[in-house]
Every structure is written in C-alpha cells, then in structure tokens.
Design a protein around this ligand. Structure first.
Ligand SMILES: [Fe+2]
Length: 244
C-alpha cells in the first residue's frame, strides 16, 4: 500500500491543493492527514471539505480542538487564539461535527500515527528532540510512527538505544531498515516552520519499506493575501512567506 501523508493544513487551501495535486501522481491507495486541518488560515471549511472528499484517515490536532471550543484558549498565544476564535465563528456545523469525531491517534496497517506524541496524545507535547522521540517509540510497539504538530519535516531513527535526528527540510528518501524504529514528521502542508515555505508531504510505501518526504511550491502569496483580507493577524501571512 502507498500512503499519501500530510498534515498541519491549518486552513491553507493553496498549500493543500498543491500537495493533493502532487500526490495525485503517486499511485496513493490511502491518504492520511495527521491533524490540525483548521486554525491560522483563511479557508477552514474548504480544507475540511477536501480532506473529507479524498477519504483521508484523519487525526485530531490541538488547533482542531481549539477551534471547537474544547480547550481553554488562554493556553494559546494571542495570534493562535485570535485565529481559533475567527475559525470557530466560521466553521460549518457539518465540519464541526466531523472534526469532533476525529481521534488524536490511530494505528493503521502496521504503523502508528499521532498528531503530537505518545504516551499521552492529549498533552500535545512537541517531538523536537531525540529524547522525546524515544518516549514516543517506547510507548508503542510499532516500527514506524508518523506524527505532525511541530511543522518540521524530519525523522528520528532509533537503532539499539540511540536515537538520531535526520532533517528532511529539503525532502529526502529513506528505507525502513530491519532492527531500526522511526518517528517521521512529513512537515506541514499549510504552515511550514523549517525555513522552507514549500508545502510538505510524504509517501510511505509499505511494500518497499520506503518513506519519501517531498516539498512542493505553491502560491504562498495568494494564501497570505487571503489571510490579510480575512482580517486574521498579519503575522500569519508574513510567516507563510518565509516558512517560519
Ligand atoms: Fe499545527
């Protein structure tokens, strides 16, 4: 099976469409969205619509939770809070209901997926170090765990007890090696933060035991303009242009 994996869409329809167009040529058997479909961007409803349309297995992210009013927004910085409130006011009841059904973690085929990290997906801990990646691996028995949340395209490879971080900022291909375990973050499709504004996604081929992480350029300016026109914080438009 070939899985098309993307996440942290954050209401960015231009980023999402570019990723889906790229994945359309990849003989994908199943799409997986690792969460945060909404929050930040100007097109929350259209993004929900597209993710549902392609039948993606979809995880629940912390911004999805925030936009449903299920979390105290005082935990968010003022920009994220303003965006969550803006999104909450505009979310179609249909998509609101759908988002509320999503799980933060799910086991698929022979791998694990979680928006944030394990053992407690509801704490929304960021996997940014080998130590946190090791905790996630320790909390499950699967060889591969796909995550989102940090908006950074990177992987963590555990061999024996040592965990090493591999940056996938410009993309990359690696084989899932016997005896090793992996935490893989495909990066963000709608708000990359690794200094590369191109939308990120991954293809996981379970027959070839191969993961390919790719980047695709899209009309970042248009997505940024929509954010400004919507009256969302200007910072959200600026960060798209630089990928930070
Ligand atoms: Fe996110």
């Amino acid at each position: 099976m070939r899985y098309g994996i993307f996440g942290d869409v954050h209401g960015n329809l231009e980023g999402l469409e570019a990723v889906l167009e790229a994945l359309a040529g990849e003989r994908i058997g199943q799409y997986l969205c690792t969460g945060d479909i909404v929050g930040y961007g100007a097109d929350p409803n259209a993004c929900c619509e597209r993710v549902r349309e392609i039948g993606a297995i979809t995880l629940f992210g912390n911004h999805d939770q925030a936009c449903l009013g299920m979390v105290d927004l005082n935990w968010f910085n003022h920009v994220a809070r303003a965006a969550a409130q803006w999104t909450a006011r505009r979310l179609d009841p249909r998509h609101r209901e759908w988002l509320a059904t999503l799980p933060p973690t799910r086991r698929i085929h022979d791998f694990m997926t979680v928006h944030s990290s394990l053992p407690d997906p509801w704490r929304w801990i960021y996997v940014t170090t080998p130590a946190v990646a090791a905790e996630t691996l320790q909390a499950c028995s699967d060889q591969v765990v796909f995550i989102g949340h940090t908006h950074l395209a990177e992987a963590y490879r555990q061999e024996d007890d040592a965990v090493q971080k591999v940056s996938l900022r410009g993309g990359g291909t690696f084989t899932i090696a016997a005896g090793c375990r992996y935490v893989v973050n495909a990066g963000s499709c709608g708000q990359p933060r690794d200094g590369n504004p191109a939308a990120a996604y991954a293809v996981y081929d379970t027959d070839l035991c191969q993961v390919v992480v790719k980047r695709v350029s899209y009309d970042v300016q248009q997505a940024a303009d929509k954010i400004l026109q919507a009256g969302l914080p200007e910072f959200l438009a600026r960060r798209l242009l630089v990928g930070r």
